[in-house]
Design a protein around this ligand. Structure first.
Ligand code: NDP
Ligand code: 2IT
Length: 450
């Protein structure tokens, strides 16, 4: 497929050292082969060349002072990738690993994910190479304020609406919003994931995790299978993982694992949700403290992980929900999952499976919901928050949850039917990438060369 190679090789020259970004682009472009072959309008309009180049990339200095009076400088980013379908929309990630390549891969994925929701939202992403671990509340506040001192001039409720991602939750959104309001004097829906006290939407906190389980239910239902009674493997222990676990219990399944950057918990009785929330949402501590409350569980430290693999995927379970970070499920992990009888994978994280793992999973005919489809419930509910803010309304939990379910069900059937139409039945990677691409590409064509 020469245009894939040509595009990647051009990107390597124009945007050097952005490995994760090339990975995300390669996966999407490989899926698009039948579309680009069948209809040359996308080539005539140079859609591929245009869609891989962000409309705007903002990189800025974020200076801040720690509690001891030391000055630190971080790099802040906002990549406004594509606005063909609506205002740029996507989260902010604060993590020490952040660089332009990671933000660009996330922004690129976000374009197609947002298109799949069927809502009017373009794609963007931002963040900083800031490590929130071990920082006091006051330090987090000062960092967020400094970050917003630059970001505020680039965002707005009809232009670019950031939200949370790794390291950015309700507390950070609060500090970011406060500073935006102070700088602009405007009280408006410029961020989503806000507190329920002042403009947030019910269900937004739960939405990514709940949506990821709704997506798994849809995949199973098409095979006349159910979640109830099944052991499930979940990675991560943050926002997405926590609400995947909560919804799995509500569906009668048993989540038996969770993980963080220090290791994996395996609790054969089922992960205790209260303990998990207490450790991660309140105390913000490492997962090994789980054993103090549940001595029957096991903690597998990172140092004891299998070579080229992750302990969580080497435990036996029928379904897997990767909800931590990119490339956390490798080929050897996929092999083990398959050998252990796993039947379905629904991705809460963005690009958690390596390309080699995805190939193996698809070859083995597992039910596989790629992140940009399975985790779209978060951003979709963010758009519902924007709609409530713009109309000064407040919808009930049931109203939002019903819409979330219906959006996830539409994403699933759209990806499934598109895969069938393009001769790849059962391949939701192809289905999701093509369905998302066509919506954005057609909008770009109609809007001219901009
Ligand atoms: P959180 O910060 O709430 O939680 C992240 C979790 O993943 C933590 O348990 C963290 O461990 C673990 N983790 C993060 N980075 C690494 C790493 N490099 N190695 C091992 N563990 C890691 O983030 P979210 O739950 O919001 O996000 C999780 C994933 O879901 C991300 O891929 C994100 O992009 C994606 N996502 C999030 C959405 C949302 O609405 N929040 C929407 C759609 C996708 P520790 O606590 O030790 O840092
Ligand atoms: O990856 C994602 O979709 C998110 N982090 C949520 C984005 C949003 O705008 O709610």
């Amino acid at each position: 497929m020469t245009y894939v190679n040509e595009t990647i090789s051009a990107l390597r020259k124009s945007s050097p050292a952005q490995t994760e970004f090339y990975q995300a682009v390669e996966e999407v472009l490989e899926s698009l082969h039948p579309v680009l072959e069948n209809d040359d309008k996308y080539r005539r309009h140079s859609i591929v060349e245009r869609i891989v180049e962000p409309e705007r990339q903002i990189i800025f200095r974020v200076p801040w002072m720690d509690d001891q009076g030391n000055i630190h400088v971080n790099k802040g980013y906002r990549i406004e990738f594509n606005s063909a379908l609506g205002p740029y929309k996507g989260g902010l990630r604060f993590h020490p690993s952040i660089n332009a390549g990671i933000i660009k891969f996330l922004g690129f994925e976000q374009i197609f994910k947002n298109a799949l929701t069927g809502l009017s939202i373009g794609g963007g992403k931002g963040g900083a190479n800031f490590d929130p671990k071990g920082r006091s509340d006051a330090e987090i506040m000062r960092f967020c304020q400094s970050f917003m001192n630059e970001l505020y001039r680039h965002i707005g409720p009809t232009t670019d609406v950031p939200a949370g991602d790794i390291g950015v939750g309700a507390r950070e959104i609060g500090y970011l919003f406060g500073q935006y309001k102070r700088l602009t004097g405007r009280y408006e829906g410029v961020l989503t994931g806000k507190s329920l006290l002042w403009g947030g939407s019910l269900v937004r906190k739960e939405a990514t995790g709940y949506g990821c389980v709704y997506f798994a239910q849809q995949m199973l239902a098409d095979e006349n299978l159910e979640l109830a009674g099944r052991d499930c493997l979940v990675s991560g222990s943050g926002n997405v993982a926590t609400y995947v676990i909560e919804k799995l219990y509500q569906c009668g399944a048993r989540p038996i694992t969770c993980s963080d950057s220090t290791g994996t918990i395996h609790d054969p009785e089922g992960i205790n949700l209260e303990t998990l929330k207490q450790l991660k949402e309140v105390q913000k501590t490492s997962l090994n403290a789980y054993l103090i409350h549940h001595p029957g569980a096991r903690f597998i430290a990172i140092a004891d992980y299998p070579e080229d693999g992750h302990a969580v995927w080497h435990i036996t379970g029928s379904l897997a929900f990767p909800c931590a970070t990119q490339n956390e499920l490798t080929r050897s992990d996929a092999e083990t999952l398959i050998n252990n009888g796993c039947i379905a994978i629904s991705e809460g994280a963005n690009m958690p499976s390596t390309p080699e793992a995805v190939d193996l999973i698809l070859d083995a005919k597992l039910l596989y919901g790629p992140g940009k489809a399975a985790n779209a419930g978060g951003v979709a509910t963010s758009q519902l928050e924007m709609a409530q803010n713009a109309s000064m309304q407040r919808w009930s939990f049931e109203q939002v949850d019903t819409q979330l379910k219906s959006i996830m069900s539409n994403i699933y059937s759209n990806a499934r039917d598109t895969a069938i139409k393009y001769d790849a039945p059962g391949n939701l990677v192809v289905g999701a990438n093509i369905a998302g691409f066509i919506r954005v590409a057609d909008a770009m064509i109609e809007q001219g060369i901009v």
